[in-house]
Design a protein around this ligand. Structure first.
Ligand SMILES: N[C@@H](CCC(=O)N[C@@H](CSS)C(=O)NCC(=O)O)C(=O)O
Length: 293
């Protein structure tokens, strides 16, 4: 029997070049982009076939992202960084849009809110939870850098971007003619718009975060859209080029960055003692029937 990690590796290998088949992922189809956000429609276009929604949870200022391949007969979908408090909204939206939710994915073990992953698994049969192996958290599928998450003909690739936490990853839409253009990077808390995640707990390291952003995100094409897990300033999206030019922390040299991060003087997130243990089991405690709320 294959382990979960082996399963993912095989999916990744077969994902892009596999000719269309009838079921689940590993399919190559075409898609139509439909954008929306809490601040109105995003002002950009991407390749057709992709349905994309940016959703917001106001207490923790968290963005959740819904992506689906609507040209595929099953309309396979995934949610990035769902929040427990807004799961009912997200499930209703998935239903209204006629999507088949396959994956509930986290960019990292959040400290400020409980992930919606566990609730989604209990409310939508068949949904698989996903997080990085480096997070040491439990989930159905544990990712390593380079792995791909396929939904229909589309996929996200996994880039390791530790520094805010040890297991942070950034999910980037695929590179290829059938994938959305410009590319889209779901950066979690590694890169925020004109900011970045703090580095003072959960194995955080400003040295590592600087390296992660510069090597894994700032090397993407400049027109790549940046979609973070949080925003505290009223922004909804940025681009790699914009952040390379205007990010007040990450445009500095590494030593200046480290000094900025060491002097943020932020108070600990209010929910940290509840959120971290709950999120280490993807929002489920003990077993899949006991859900943290
Ligand atoms: N006040 C909020 C927590 C705000 C916070 O610390 N945000 C984190 C991401 S969630 S762990 C962060 O990295 N912020 C960076 C920054 O520069 O603000 C609460 O109590 O939940």
């Amino acid at each position: 029997m294959l382990s979960k990690v082996q399963f993912l590796r095989i999916s990744a290998t077969f994902c892009a070049p596999t000719p269309p088949k009838r079921s689940s992922f590993q399919q190559i189809v075409t898609f139509t982009a439909r954008f929306g956000s809490r601040m109105g429609s995003a002002s950009h276009t991407t390749s057709s076939k992709l349905l994309f929604r940016q959703l917001f949870e106001k207490e923790s200022s968290t963005y959740t992202y819904l992506l689906a391949d609507v040209s595929h007969p099953d309309k396979p979908a995934l949610l990035v960084d769902p929040v427990d408090k807004t799961v009912d909204r997200d499930v209703a939206l998935v239903k209204e849009l006629g999507l088949k939710l396959m994956y509930a994915i986290n960019t990292h073990v959040h400290a400020d809110h409980v992930t919606g992953t566990g609730l989604l698994k209990s409310k939508v049969p068949g949904v698989k939870s996903i997080i990085s192996k480096a997070s040491d958290a439990n989930a159905d599928l544990l990712l390593e850098p380079g792995d791909k998450i396929c939904f229909g003909s589309l996929f996200l690739e996994v880039r390791a971007t530790p520094g805010h936490t040890q297991g942070c990853v950034t999910y980037v839409t695929g590179d290829g003619s059938e994938q959305p253009q410009p590319r889209m990077a779901f950066t979690g808390d590694a890169l925020l718009i004109r900011g970045c995640g703090r580095t003072d707990f959960q194995g955080g390291s400003s040295d590592q975060l600087y390296n992660s952003v510069h090597s894994q995100i700032f090397t993407l094409p400049k027109d790549t859209f940046v979609y973070p897990a949080h925003d505290y300033k009223g922004f909804s999206a940025s681009t790699v080029g914009e952040e390379m030019q205007y990010n007040p922390r990450l445009t500095k040299d590494k030593e200046t960055f480290k000094s900025i991060m060491a002097n943020l003087n932020l108070s600990y997130p209010k929910m940290i003692d509840i959120a971290v243990p709950a999120n280490m089991v993807c929002g489920l405690q003990d077993d899949e029937t006991k859900v943290v709320s």
